[in-house]
Ligand binder design. Structure first.
Ligand code: PLP
Length: 240
């Protein structure tokens, strides 16, 4: 246990150093990039270890797992949902999370707005864009996004803060660059077209965070780089 937390602390330091190095290189202020610690599959002890080092924002990809974990973690932490959200879990998600990065339909956005209102909360959200057009990926096609952004201006309990994308998995981080750049270009275009602030770009993970930051990421989502390789439960043991 002690050994494991030592490991996590070293990992966290290394990730922070990578972010600082690329910010310097790209001429960006360090405060312009936030590190989201993706704690999926890891328990409250690991979260506590990272929180003790000053990390405040954490990401989860499944509502059910988060519902069990968040109440067991320090209360001052801020939780971001980064995985696909089914509409029947929107009510629970609206109560558990502060941010949702994975809004991929107008109906989901409206459901989150309604449930956040009922819970007396306000949610910060990002619209997930399927930049690459890969069929298996979640996210809205670029030509569907404008309508969702326009509608969001009429909703009072959710605020769209920007965009999120997950590029196709590749060994070479450079291959992700065109996808990151495309997301930023779309953002610039849509923000101008609608007169909206879409300041946040959630893009980049452990293996490609440098490229993402160079292309304008404001939130990088890092799991294995901090917590280590994930061990998933065997398929079929967890319905969530
Ligand atoms: C798991 C996950 C991450 C973190 O990936 P790592 O490669 O472990 O850094 C980032 N974003 C999403 C959407 C994820 O599901």
């Amino acid at each position: 246990m002690v050994e494991m937390s030592g490991h996590i602390m070293d990992n966290l330091e290394a990730v922070r150093a990578r972010i600082a190095a690329v910010c310097t290189q790209a001429g960006r202020p360090l405060e312009s990039v936030r590190l989201l610690a993706v704690s999926k599959t890891y328990g409250p002890e690991a979260v506590q270890t990272v929180a003790a080092a000053g990390q405040v924002i954490f990401g989860e990809n499944r509502v059910q797992e988060a519902a069990a974990k968040i109440p067991a973690c320090p209360g001052h932490l801020q939780w971001h949902l980064i995985g696909h959200l089914q509409r029947n879990k929107a009510a629970l998600a609206a109560r558990l999370f502060d941010w949702v990065h994975s809004v991929d339909s107008l109906k989901l956005l409206e459901a989150l707005d309604r449930h956040a209102g009922e819970a007396g909360r306000r949610l910060e959200v990002l619209v997930q864009v399927n930049v690459s057009g890969e069929r298996a990926k979640s996210g809205l096609a670029p030509n569907e996004v404008l309508a969702v952004l326009a509608r969001s201006n009429e909703l009072t309990n959710v605020q769209v803060r920007g965009l999120m994308t997950i590029p196709p998995l590749t060994e070479d981080p450079e291959k992700a660059r065109p996808h990151f750049r495309a997301l930023r270009d779309y953002r610039d275009q849509w923000a101008a077209e609608l007169g909206m602030d879409l300041d946040e770009l959630s893009m980049g993970m452990t293996h490609d965070l440098e490229v993402a930051i160079a292309e304008g990421a404001t939130v990088v989502r890092v799991g294995t780089g901090i917590f280590g390789q994930r061990v998933y439960p065997a398929k079929g043991t967890d319905p969530a």
